[in-house]
Design a protein around this ligand. Structure first.
Ligand code: ATP
Ligand code: MG
Length: 559
């Protein structure tokens, strides 16, 4: 497969082709898919790929998609995760309607099917200690060895399994295993575990169960119970497919789902693994699951990434069967594309430098009109105030400018956006020799930003009037890791110590102080920003979603 094949036209891919062919051949009348998260962490952008695929296919082919919690491991599950997962799937724009399910809904049925296998001589209770069981499993090159308990009678197996269920044995004392083939080339078929003893309460079934089914024993049968037609999962489950099929062939299931595998999403500078993300949170390396540096859906939302950008990105990367790593620049490109269309323009000075317009009358100020969006007339205009004292960006001034620096420097004239031309006359400095204030003059004949005599300036700069500037905190985010391919096992070593930069002294135009401002905005010349939940009345906090520069558009020749 070439790299290009992963970029599919008009949302077609090999899975959609299979679905379309199945419908055409009337193998199914309605398509049913499912998204099956384990509620042991928050969803990340990799999950978004799977969500968009499963819900997208159901939508496009007039079928339905179930949200099913794979809650077979009660010790790792929490209510918080269940709520977060539901919220995030909805926020991404998908709806499971009344089709919300839990693997635990099927515990009784799964148990009965386990007894079926025992009665058919296809499952047995194994008393081997865990390490022995592992040692006897063999390796990729060596077959496994049969357990000494493999040939127990049906009656003995039934009795032991029922006592396992009744809670007579301590954790891990026995397991129920399928009796398949200890010499199978595929290790998943070497008598896989179906049930283990775990004397732990379950968030939904309480203390009813002392045994819990394995992922493999629960998954395909849950699909079959729900009438799932296409069970779509990531490539690491490809080797589990023969087992998935074995259960369906050996049990009286009500329908016959098929499993298809696709490549998981990997992205540069990110680790899309719930284990790592959990450790980042527990270890205090980030402020929480929704820290804007996290690749979680909650983190991206708090960062200001719109759901449409995630959907657009996922469509662009397509669905393939070969693993690859996507450049984060491509993700940011999708974010910019959506925000460029939707974000209102505002002015904010992140690192302020004061300027005093000496020839502007002391007590005077005036209102100027500023447009809210350059391509959307309907977005309208707003009034901004100009006065004698203003803030500009510190980087927009250089006392000794190099040749191509056209912004402000002593003697230079620039345009202040929507306002006037100003010329820098003098620089006031502190004891350390740093500029702390510029003395400027303005040309009243340039109101609106054009000179009547036709003279040109090379720079247009944003600014905020000092009299009504709103002080704010602005948080700039950099990649969480220093390397494009951080180590999953030793991720702490690759953490970026400068992943967040806090600017405590930013100055915003007053429109940005509105408490109900929820949508991201563009700070002109700076990037896209969104108000953070840490904002307090009179003290907004903004997160930078993404800067304006688009490296992906350059690389790909598009955009
Ligand atoms: P992790 O590997 O992060 O621990 P997981 O696979 O254990 O995730 P689940 O809750 O079991 O997490 O995942 C639910 C679904 O999301 C599964 O079908 C899984 O295949 C899919 N999925 C998980 N990670 C990705 C990814 N990076 N790209 C695409 N799909 C993914
Ligand atoms: Mg999983």
């Amino acid at each position: 497969m070439t790299a290009n094949e992963t970029f599919t036209e008009a949302g077609r891919d090999f899975i959609r082709d299979i679905v379309a062919a199945d419908l055409a051949a009337k193998r199914h009348t309605q398509i049913v898919t499912r998204f099956p998260p384990e509620p042991n962490g928050y969803l990340h952008v990799g999950h978004a790929k799977s969500i968009a695929l499963n819900f997208g296919i159901a939508e496009e082919f007039g079928g339905r998609c179930h949200l099913r919690f794979d809650d077979t491991n009660p010790t790792k599950e929490e209510r918080e995760y269940i709520d977060a997962i539901e919220r995030d799937v909805r926020w991404l724009g998908y709806d499971w309607g009344k089709h919300l399910y839990h693997a635990s809904d099927y515990f009784e049925q799964l148990y009965e099917w386990a007894e079926c296998l025992i009665r058919d001589g296809k499952a047995y209770v194994d008393d081997q200690p865990q390490d022995e069981m592992r040692a006897n499993r063999g390796t990729l090159t060596e077959p496994g060895r049969n357990s000494p308990f493999r040939d127990r009678s049906v009656a003995e197996n039934l009795d032991l399994f029922r006592r396992m269920r009744a809670g007579e044995f301590p954790n891990g004392a026995r397991v129920l295993r399928a009796k398949i083939d200890m010499a199978a080339g595929n290790i998943n078929l070497r008598d896989p575990a179906l049930y283990r003893i775990l004397n732990a309460p379950h968030p939904r079934t309480g203390t009813k169960w002392h045994i819990y089914p394995s992922y493999d024993f629960a998954h395909g049968q849950s699909d079959a119970i729900e009438g799932v037609t296409h069970s779509i999962c990531t490539l690491e489950f490809e080797d589990h497919r023969p087992l998935y099929d074995w259960f369906l062939e050996n049990l009286p299931v009500p329908s016959r789902p098929r499993q298809y595998e696709f490549a998981r999403l990997n992205m540069t500078y990110m680790l899309l693994s719930k284990r790592v993300l959990t450790e980042l949170v527990r270890g205090g390396h980030v402020a929480g699951w929704d820290d804007p540096r996290m690749p979680t859906i909650a983190g991206l939302r708090r960062r200001g990434v719109p759901p449409a950008a995630i959907r657009d990105f996922v469509k662009r990367i397509g669905v393939a069967k070969a693993n690859s790593v996507v450049d984060v620049a491509m993700f940011e490109h999708s974010v910019r594309e959506v925000l460029n269309r939707t974000a209102l323009r505002r002015m904010a000075v992140l690192r302020p430098l004061k300027i005093v317009v000496e020839n502007y009358p002391q007590e005077q100020s005036e209102e100027l009109e500023a447009i809210n969006h350059p391509d959307e007339q309907a977005a309208g205009t707003r009034r901004i105030r100009f006065g004698r004292e203003l803030y500009i960006e510190r980087d927009d001034f250089m006392e000794q400018p190099p040749k191509k620096f056209f912004r402000l420097s002593p003697g230079a004239e620039v345009r202040l956006r929507y306002a006037y031309f100003v010329t820098c006359r003098d620089v006031m400095k502190n004891a350390a020799g740093e500029p702390v204030e510029l003395r400027c003059t303005y040309d009243p004949a340039t109101k609106g930003g054009n000179a009547l005599d036709g003279r040109k300036v090379k720079a247009t700069m944003h600014w905020v009037s000092a009299a009504d500037a709103v002080p704010a905190e602005v948080r700039l985010y950099n990649p969480l890791f220093t390397k494009p391919d951080p180590s999953a096992s030793d991720f702490a070593a690759d953490l970026n110590p400068n992943s967040v930069e806090v600017l405590a002294d930013a100055k915003l135009e007053p429109a940005l102080a509105a408490d109900d401002l929820a949508d991201p905005v563009q700070f002109e010349r700076q990037g896209y920003f969104v108000r953070d939940a840490d904002s307090r009345p009179g003290r907004p906090v903004f997160n930078r979603t993404v800067g304006l520069r688009d490296t992906w558009a350059k690389v790909s020749g598009g955009g």
